[in-house]
Design a protein around this ligand. Sequence first.
Ligand code: FAD
Length: 340
Amino acid sequence: MRAKVNQNICLNDYKNVWIIAEQRNGKIEPVTIELIGEGRKLADILSRELIVAVCGYEMKEETEKLLHYGVDKVCYVESPLLKDFSTDGYVKAFADLINERKPEIVLVGATSLGRDIGPRLAARLGTGLTADCTKLEIDETDNKLLMTRPAFGGNLMATIVCPKNRPQMSTVRPGVMEKAHFHEEKTGEVEVIVPALTKEDIRTNLEQVIVADQKKVNLVDAKIVVSGGRGLKTAEGFALVQELADTIGGVVGSSRACVEAGWIDASHQVGQTGTTVRPDLYIACGISGAIQHLAGMSESKYIVAINKDPKAPIFEVCDYGIVGDLHKVIPAMIEQIKEN
Ligand code: FAD
């Protein structure tokens, strides 16, 4: 189905940068703070306000915390019908608000929730959406948003503009943008909005939430990530990676090759189709450095690579490279660290 595009709009009617906040069980998700960090930069370049829109119920106190991150305003749409996420309810509430307030830019997290509502919201608003962006800039000649995302299997980066419609919308990959900083002092205010929403607007009914029986891998917030690749040779090779990670307080990551081989769960995958990480330290063990892997970790502060092939592409992006057999190098590293 093709979305109906707004043909006759006046671009000058649209102002400010908006963030669609994500919340689960009444708590704001970290991706929102990343979007605020990026949104603030865009709003400052455009000399606009940064506004965060939140849908929920009994979350006033939680929404006030957002005022510590340098936002100009929080629009909190409150209703018992918005307590739990529903595509229908959230899309209607956000769309009504955006139609009324007319933001120039709307950023949504490229999370499972954001990927659900982002395109529907764009269709409802009659505008376009650039999905899964890894970079956002303002073209200062005409103030348009330049939205960059990987294309053709990550082999090139495409920069997309939305020339004729507003708002300019983008879903932004989690873990890529720098989080906004917490300030002791609050800025702005929370405006509580009661939506025109009825039970009939929501076609689904949440009966039960079943939490996946799986140890959560928090790669996004990890300060240290130790990742294994096909060079580990077997699933058992991950025991070595885990030991190094445990020794230095890190989280285990993986290349897609190991996930596809069934050596480790997909929740550990780093890269274009996995998680994007930007830890202080990333150690790549037996990973060649394919472009799709680099897309998810090249923003790390320090990168250490262990690979037996001196020509492996990972050595082009690393700060420290160790050419050698990981089965010898990793135990030696663990021994050294434990001694000190
Ligand atoms: P390989 O490329 O096989 O590299 C193994 C490395 O181990 C080699 O460099 C070798 O020299 C080294 N080695 C071997 N033995 C040893 C040893 N004993 N000691 C030290 N080093 C050793 N990949 C991802 O990782 N994440 C993604 O999100 C992702 N998304 C993708 C999306 C698309 C659309 C496509 C097409 C591909 C994607 N890939 C992704 C796959 C990617 O292209 C590579 O195939 C993959 O990253 C390779 O994983 P690897 O480095 O572990 O394996």
